[in-house]
Design a protein around this ligand. Structure first.
Ligand code: ADP
Ligand code: MG
Ligand code: MG
Length: 884
């Protein structure tokens, strides 16, 4: 029909391919029916009818009712029962089911068709009147809530009173007469609260229930869930109307839910729970403690209650066979609902089961080995960002937790260390080899060094996008932010947890960045296993992908971590960090404040050995892999002191009057530093800086080659170019130094010189720039900044507003703006390759670790992406998926 698809009796209209029309539940009920599995007959009303319902003042579309009635006639033929008949009543369930799984967000009504008459027939037929009255009161309760809009409590209170009066502990203790009494009270309370009589006409019940289930698409719960999961409102929900089967018909009846494999470990073993003599929702509602389905599961849980395997061996065998059949059919782990009515098994639902990343990995790998799926399919089964969960140590789930407080889980993983309250202390502790947790009210950019030195970060203020959260995620260190239940008392150097527990500086705590908890003391951890299933799946990803994956790394520590995660080189080494540490900053300031070139050269000579040794170390770690080094990029005043006190300190150290230093700093002031004297403009204004850096790089390359026996693949990156002449000039300096160092060592030095594409003009003039440049690296942070004219550092003030008002969907600094910035990349790639066919192309902005952006890079044909070390596995997987 137009609105209704039927299923049952070994056949069905539609199937798994019709999820868009029938919703997940309806489509898979149809699929199971076609497979010949035991499914109670039913029909599914398409999702479009829901949209129609809302667009036409909440009324059911013309023609729908007749199609439903025809469908019910078919169900009557299959069951030998009649809807609304008093002699052989057919009872129905009305179930919600959208395209995307929205567990528990919408409503379902069971036992439709019961009324004061049919309940008596049921009581006689079932030989147990208790069952009939229990079913009826369940129906009144569900209908009262879902259709008539009453509160659950209204009914719960009555039931609790009744139990108390009769001295019963459990619902199951009530006898038929007592349930009958509850039914009377339920009907009474409906009349009292609504001035309406509980409807006795089964057809009225049906239309009202269908309308109410459609309406549940718009309930606040469902709306919030849709927003969080980006499910469009237009989709609507389908509604399945299905013949009831009863798990509450005595001791040979039961109901349950199961996963075809273990959803938390991935182990290939049936896993689930059931309840004897119960109806569907009881298992989830926790009214009684459910029993394990398998004997193995029962033993593992230490439960005394017999398993379904023991209790109902024949049904169990059939059920297990169906699960195996479903897995083989869907080629994925399934989450199923079933009911056993007097020893007869009925399947009520199947869908792909939710699982942990670890389980997902194991299941994907096992299924390849079982021949169920291909390696490519396995690679596509894992969401790249979810790998993050696997790359960090986690707290052993078996240990007891002494929770001091909790906040937002800002960056995953767990770490233990002594409490410190300042960045300096963290740095100092690291130098002494002590492990610390940096505890702050909030962090600021000045804390970066301390954050890097800490094992984990805890703040009592701030959200998931606060400075601490963003930086910690970037560094891959665990972080909990906004722990509002805890307090930092800086004066007394204490951290106060919930209940007033006071911890002093130096006391040990553990941060669980995955749950947001802060724990007392050291806690046993489980180290991430980068071997086993993870390694296998990543190897398949590596076989599949076309693009290389490199890392952004400035320090040996980053470079080593990235190698462990499978980075195939460094795509961006920012050299400015190398000028900040310890002694170097003095030489750097001397250089900046020098009166003339001679003075600058003298200071630069002091910096050369530092840079050379840093590069030698990096090159040695990367062992012959490509390394891209960017020449100094930031404006020079970033290296100078800012506050008056700092200026005084530095002036004293440099032996100059503070006023003189302040004047020099003033002279370097820029109105718009982001667009000022930086990037290649520095190298052109002070070529001796580029000269020193080039020398350090080339000498280090020679030294590292001697040390490791392998020559690094050198790429020197000139930042912020918009004119070819800029690159020509700087490349001239680099080439000259290369020739000198080559001559000194008696062998020429191989390297590529290229440019960052981070200004719109460079993208547009790529064909001209590529006549000089041997590679391009898309610096998408700056390119986004300069294309939009939005300062990245000031964007937080209005981007969230833009998102809220629907002006932009994504933050362009997180997810690449395909339309604008993307087009510039495309143009640059095309024009660049037109004038140099072997032009190497890569991306080094934040976007290099974002799966959607990686897909874009694949489509544009870039040679590699580069991202922070902890995102390397994510990028490897995303690049593979993009290539499939
Ligand atoms: P949800 O999407 O919230 O899981 P369902 O439509 O699956 O809602 O229904 C909830 C429970 O009701 C199911 O787990 C099942 O046990 C029970 N149920 C639904 N339809 C029937 C039916 N025709 N016969 C017996 N039980 C049913
Ligand atoms: Mg369900
Ligand atoms: Mg830049």
């Amino acid at each position: 029909g137009e609105w209704v698809y039927r299923f049952g009796g070994g056949k069905a209209e539609g199937g798994a391919a019709d999820v868009e029309r029938l919703g997940g539940k309806g489509a898979h009920l149809a699929e199971m029916a076609s497979l010949g599995l035991p499914v109670p007959p039913g029909l599914t009303i398409v999702c479009d009818a829901c949209t129609h319902y809302f667009n036409s003042g909440r009324s059911l579309p013309e023609g729908l009712k007749q199609e439903v009635l025809d469908g019910i006639t078919a169900m009557e033929e299959l069951t030998g029962r009649v809807y609304g008949d008093t002699a052989r009543p057919l009872l129905l369930s009305v179930r919600s089911g959208a395209r995307a799984s929205m567990p528990g967000m919408m409503d379902t009504v069971l036992n439709l068709g019961l009324n004061d008459e049919t309940v008596r027939t049921l009581a006689v037929d079932s030989e147990d009147p208790r069952f009939a009255w229990d079913s009826y009161r369940r129906f009144i309760q569900m209908y009262g809530c879902v259709v008539m809009g009453l509160d659950h409590e209204v009914f719960e209170e009555i039931l609790e009173d009744e139990k108390a009066k009769a001295g019963h502990e459990y619902d199951t203790d009530l006898c038929a007469a007592e349930w009958q009494e509850v039914v009377q009270l339920y009907k009474h309370v409906i009349e009292e609260e609504l001035g309406e009589i509980f409807p006795q006409d089964p057809h009225l019940q049906l239309w009202k229930a269908i309308g109410a289930v459609f309406a549940s698409w718009m309930n606040p719960r469902a709306a919030t869930f849709r927003m969080l999961h980006r499910i469009p409102e237009e989709w609507g929900t389908a509604v399945s109307v299905q013949a009831m089967v009863f798990g509450n018909l005595g001791s040979s009846s039961a109901t349950g839910v199961a996963f075809t494999r273990n959803p938390s470990t991935g182990e290939n073993a049936l896993y689930g729970e059931f309840l004897v003599n119960a109806q569907g929702e009881d298992v989830v509602a926790g009214i009684r403690t459910p029993q394990s389905i398998t004997e193995e599961g029962r033993l593992a849980s230490g439960s005394e209650k017999p398993s379904m395997e023991k209790l109902m061996p024949q049904v169990f065998a059939e059920f297990r066979a169906i699960c195996t059949r479903l897995e083989a059919h869907y080629r994925d782990m399934q989450d199923v609902e079933f009911t056993i009515e007097r020893g007869k098994l009925w399947m009520l639902q199947t869908r792909s089961g939710k699982r942990t990343t670890k389980a997902g990995m194991k299941i994907a790998v096992d299924m390849v080995e079982e021949g169920l799926i291909t390696k490519e399919q396995a690679v596509c089964r894992i969401e790249p960002p979810s790998l993050d969960q696997l790359l960090h140590p986690t707290i052993d789930p078996r240990v007891e937790r002494h929770v001091l407080g909790s906040g937002l889980p800002a960056s995953p993983g767990a770490a233990t260390g002594e409490i410190v309250f300042t960045a300096e202390e963290a740095v100092h502790a690291e130098e002494e080899g002590r492990k610390v947790i940096l505890v702050r009210i909030e962090t600021s950019p000045e804390d970066i060094h301390g954050m890097n030195a800490a094992e984990a970060i805890l703040t009592t203020r701030g959200g998931m996008t606060s400075h601490a959260a963003v930086v910690a995620r970037g560094m891959g260190i665990p972080c909990v932010v906004g722990a509002g239940s805890m307090r930092v008392d800086l004066r007394n150097e204490t951290l106060i947890g919930v209940g007033g527990v006071t911890l002093h500086r130096g006391e040990v705590i553990t941060i669980d960045g995955s749950s947001g908890q802060v724990l007392r003391g050291a806690v046993p951890m489980i180290q991430p296993a980068l071997s086993g299933d993870f390694a296998k799946l990543m190897a398949w990803a590596d076989e599949t992908r076309r693009m290389a994956v490199r890392t952004n790394a400035d320090t040996p520590q980053d470079a080593r971590a990235a190698r462990d995660f499978g980075a195939e080189g460094i795509g961006l080494c920012r050299t400015e960090h190398m000028f900040f540490e310890g002694e170097r900053i003095h030489a750097m300031r001397e250089m900046i404040l020098a009166e003339d070139e001679k003075g600058r050269r003298a200071a630069l000579a002091k910096l050369l050995p530092y840079q050379r040794s840093d590069f030698t170390e990096l090159f040695s770690i990367m062992h012959g892999l490509p390394v891209t080094i960017r020449l100094l990029d930031p404006p020079l005043h970033e290296f100078l002191p800012k506050t008056e006190a700092e200026i005084e300190d530095v002036a004293r150290a440099m032996n100059m009057p503070p006023a003189f230093l302040a004047r020099r700093i003033d002279a370097l002031h820029e109105f718009n530093p982001m667009l000022g004297l930086r990037g290649c403009r520095l190298a052109i204004s002070y070529p001796e800086i580029a000269e020193m850096q080039a020398r350090a790089i080339f000498e280090a390359a020679v030294a590292a080659a001697k040390r490791t026996g392998e020559a690094v693949e050198l790429e020197i990156l000139v930042p912020l170019v918009s004119l070819r002449a800029e690159l020509d000039y700087v490349k001239g300096v680099i080439d000259r130094v290369a020739a000198e160092v080559g001559a000194e060592n008696g062998s020429p030095i191989a390297y590529l010189a290229g440019t960052m594409i981070e200004l719109p003009r460079a993208a547009l003039r790529a064909h001209v720039i590529a006549e000089t440049a041997e590679f391009f690296s898309f610096g998408t942070n700056d390119l986004t900044q300069t294309t939009f004219g939005i300062s990245r550092d000031d964007a937080a003030a209005f981007i969230p507003t833009y998102q809220r008002k629907g002006i932009i969907e994504h933050d362009p600094f997180i997810s690449l703006d395909f339309d604008g910035v993307g087009e510039l990349i495309q143009i640059a790639a095309e024009r660049g390759r037109r004038s140099r066919s072997d032009l190497k192309l890569g991306i080094c902005g934040e976007h290099g670790g974002d799966p959607d952006s990686i897909r874009f890079c694949e489509n544009v044909g870039l040679d590699y992406v580069s991202c922070s070390p902890f995102r390397v596995p994510i990028a490897r997987l995303a690049a593979a998926q993009a290539a499939i």
